[in-house]
Design a protein around this ligand. Structure first.
Ligand code: MG
Ligand code: MG
Length: 249
C-alpha cells in the first residue's frame, strides 16, 4: 500500500533527512586513512542522538550499528568494526538513517579515502549522476517506476557499469521501508506512476564490473561477486505537484 503524505508530514521528514544529511557531511570530514569504521559509527551515532533523533539502522532486523560502512567491493550493509581501518586509495560508502518525531530519513554517499584512482572517482561521480538523471526526469502523475529505473540503468550501463538487481530503493515515511520498491533498472512505460505526496528513497548501487553480488558470512555485508568496487548514492525525495524536493540535500 502506498501512503501519500501531507505537507506537514513531509515537513517532519525534512527534519529527519537534514539530520541524516548533516551526519553524512560529518562523516565526509572524518574520512581519511587510519580511521576505524568503528569510530566513524560512534561519531554518527552521537551526532544523531544529539539532534534528538534515533539512528534507525541500529537493531533494524538485528543490524549491530547505527550506520552501514561499506568499503571498495562492499556494496552495502557493511558492519563497522575496530579492525576495519580506512586505507589510502579505498572508496567508502556510508548509509545512514534517522527517525525524528516518528518520521524517517535515509541517505547514502560514497567518498574517497585520500587519493583514489581516476577509475574509482568516475564510478563515484557516475553513481551520483545516475541519481540526479533519474530524479530530474520525474514528473508527478506521469513518470512510472520503469521510466525512472530505465533512466538510471541506461546511464550507468553507458559507462559499462553494472546495476545491482537484488537491492532497490523504496517508499519511506513512518517506516524506513514502505511500498513501493524503487528499482534502479526497468523498462520505460512499465510500472506504477509516481504521484504527488509520495516520498521515496532513490538509491543507485553501481558496480565497476559485474552486477552480481554475494552476501557475506556475517549475514549482512553485500559484496560484488567479482570483488570490483561499487558505489552508492541515495536521497529521500518528495514528489510534489510542482516538482521534486530532495529532502536529504
Ligand atoms: Mg539508505
Ligand atoms: Mg534506503
Amino acid at each position: 500500500m502506498i501512503l501519500i503524505k501531507t505537507d506537514s508530514q513531509i515537513a517532519y521528514m525534512r527534519k529527519a533527512n537534514i539530520i541524516v544529511r548533516d551526519t553524512l557531511n560529518l562523516l565526509c570530514e572524518h574520512t581519511k586513512p587510519g580511521v576505524s569504521t568503528y569510530d566513524l559509527n560512534k561519531l554518527a551515532h552521537e551526532y544523531i542522538v544529539s539532534q534528538n533523533a534515533v539512528p534507525s539502522f541500529l537493531n533494524y532486523n538485528g543490524f549491530p550499528a547505527s550506520i552501514c560502512v561499506s568499503v571498495d567491493a562492499e556494496v552495502v550493509h557493511g558492519i563497522p568494526s575496530k579492525k576495519k581501518i580506512l586505507q589510502e586509495g579505498q572508496i567508502v560508502s556510508y548509509d545512514c538513517g534517522a527517525i525524528f518525531n516518528g518520521w524517517h530519513g535515509d541517505a547514502a554517499r560514497t567518498f574517497a579515502v585520500g587519493i583514489i584512482s581516476p577509475e574509482c572517482q568516475q564510478l563515484i561521480d557516475v553513481t551520483e549522476q545516475c541519481f540526479f538523471k533519474g530524479v530530474n526526469s520525474i514528473k508527478a502523475g506521469e513518470t512510472r517506476l520503469g521510466d525512472l529505473g530505465s533512466v538510471i540503468q541506461n546511464y550507468a550501463e553507458s559507462f559499462g557499469y553494472g546495476v545491482v538487481r537484488e537491492l532497490v530503493g523504496h517508499g519511506i515515511g513512518r517506516e524506513m521501508h514502505e511500498d513501493p520498491d524503487v528499482p534502479n533498472f526497468g523498462r520505460a512505460g512499465h510500472g506504477m506512476r509516481l504521484s504527488s505526496g509520495m516520498t521515496i528513497a532513490v538509491e543507485p548501487m553501481i558496480t565497476m564490473g559485474t552486477e552480481a553480488v554475494d552476501w557475506s558470512s556475517d549475514g549482512w555485508t553485500v559484496k560484488t561477486r567479482d570483488r570490483k568496487p561499487a558505489a552508492h548514492y541515495e536521497n529521500t525525495i518528495a514528489i510534489l505537484d510542482n516538482g521534486i524536493e530532495i529532502l536529504s540535500l
